[in-house]
Write a protein that binds this ligand. Structure first.
Ligand code: SF4
Length: 90
């Protein structure tokens, strides 16, 4: 279990416009978000958190991701999550 303290070191906590991580934003914003994630010291922790089981993220709509996170688009996160779940089930 990660706990919440990793997020205290997240670079995205202090950015001026957090809406660039919004899944409905344009891809040009995601380029900015990707650069921010690349400089983040907790990118691995962020990815582990993103791929945590749904029980830990009850607000998640099934396996759909709504936000850019850990340097990945919502679609990439969904593909990774589903591939990981399928591997576990096999
Ligand atoms: S990797 Fe990106 S989304 Fe995750 S905590 Fe860091 S800046 Fe935020």
């Amino acid at each position: 279990m990660l706990g919440d303290r990793w997020y205290e070191r997240a670079v995205c906590r202090d950015i001026e416009d957090p809406s660039i991580f919004n899944g409905e934003q344009r891809h040009s914003n995601w380029r900015k978000a990707r650069r921010i994630c690349a400089s983040c010291p907790v990118q691995i922790e962020c990815l582990i958190d993103a791929l945590s089981p749904d029980e830990i993220h009850p607000w998640r709509d099934g396996r759909k991701f709504a936000m850019f996170q850990a340097g990945l688009t919502p679609k990439q996160l969904t593909q990774l999550y589903n591939a990981r779940s399928e591997r576990k089930a096999a």
